[in-house]
Design a binder for this molecule. Structure first.
Ligand code: MLT
Length: 314
């Protein structure tokens, strides 16, 4: 018989560092959520939490690393809407999204913004629309690879404006932002966790918030939504969740979920995340079963939309 995997008894877990895999480069929006969350998880979960960035292939390398990790609770995944969009974009992922993970609960929702290089000759969305018409065929759109949130937003944006752009993939939107600031690429969709500072300091051009509502407060509240700017019905926010490999003992899943619920109540976590435009999830999706149901519904919602926009997916 196969030797039983020696799993820790609950009382001991965790009795060594817990690694949270971030499937994108350090310093980007996913990394920022993970590091903020790790800080808030330390007390309720106990022990040490290590962040490991495993970038590449739109976040699917990192996701696969966790899907294939030992189901002992010591390797977790912090991921976002890209987990759902990748399942629609790749014909044969090395993992099964709904079967190869334990769903540990949702974390937050982060607005997406449309930004441009500092010297792009368009001060607002109307001028950007004119510039895009005049530069069809020469527009470079940065993203974090097929399967990332920035890729999904870029795909839906190209489909909405009916302009095919050259997409430039990076291992995350932190390196992509460096090139945008250096005017190596023209535009990018990226989350406020990574763009609010650059927008507020005027280092990048800001054109729209891609969710259905404007940000409720702060300097970004004046940024119109894509819908207001003419892209009727455009609505994309980036939700984040926590995952473990399938087969992680229920007692460990419950312990991490309990710690997550406590972490999401942490005042510092709230302050830091809200300052970056993130909205903490505080509803049924905090429960593993509801988290999984939500992701399944997102896959079912996004798949036809992505297929319809498919001509823009590289
Ligand atoms: C994404 O576009 O999916 C994220 O921004 C990638 C990242 O966190 O760098």
């Amino acid at each position: 018989t196969a030797a039983a995997v020696a799993l820790p008894a609950l009382a001991e877990y965790p009795d060594k560092p817990v690694t949270i895999i971030v499937p994108f480069a350090a310093g980007g929006p996913t990394d920022k959520v993970a590091r903020d969350l790790a800080e808030a998880l330390r007390k309720p979960l106990g022990g040490t939490i290590i962040i490991e960035n495993v970038g590449g292939v739109g976040g699917t390398l990192g996701a696969n690393k966790v899907a294939k990790a030992s189901p002992d609770g010591y390797t977790l995944l912090l991921h976002h809407i890209g987990l759902a969009s990748a399942s629609a974009l790749y014909r044969n992922l090395p993992y099964k999204t709904l079967e190869d993970f334990e769903y540990l609960g949702m974390v937050n929702e982060v607005p997406m913004t449309l930004i441009g290089r500092p010297n792009l000759p368009a001060a607002n969305y109307a001028e950007l629309a004119k510039w895009m018409e005049a530069n069809k065929g020469q527009i470079n759109l940065a993203n974090a690879g097929v399967g990332s949130a920035s890729h999904l937003c870029g795909l839906l944006f190209q489909s909405a404006v009916k302009i095919d752009m050259t997409t430039v993939p990076y291992k995350g939107t932190a390196p992509a932002m460096n090139d945008l600031l250096g005017s190596q690429v023209d535009i990018m969709c990226d989350q406020t966790t990574n763009t609010s500072g650059q927008i507020e300091s005027g280092k990048v051009k800001a054109y729209a918030v891609m969710s259905s509502k404007r940000l409720s407060s702060g300097p970004l509240a004046k940024l119109p939504t894509a819908d207001e700017s003419g892209l009727k019905g455009f609505n994309l926010a980036v939700w984040h969740g926590l995952y473990a490999p399938k087969g992680t003992p229920k007692a460990v899943v419950d312990k991490v979920n309990t710690a997550l619920r406590a972490a999401l109540k942490d005042a510092d976590f709230h302050k830091r995340q809200e300052a970056l435009g993130a909205v903490i999830v505080n509803d049924a999706r905090l429960a593993p079963a509801e988290h999984k149901k939500f992701v399944e519904a997102e896959i079912n919602k996004l798949t036809p939309v992505i297929k319809a926009a498919g001509q823009y997916a590289d």
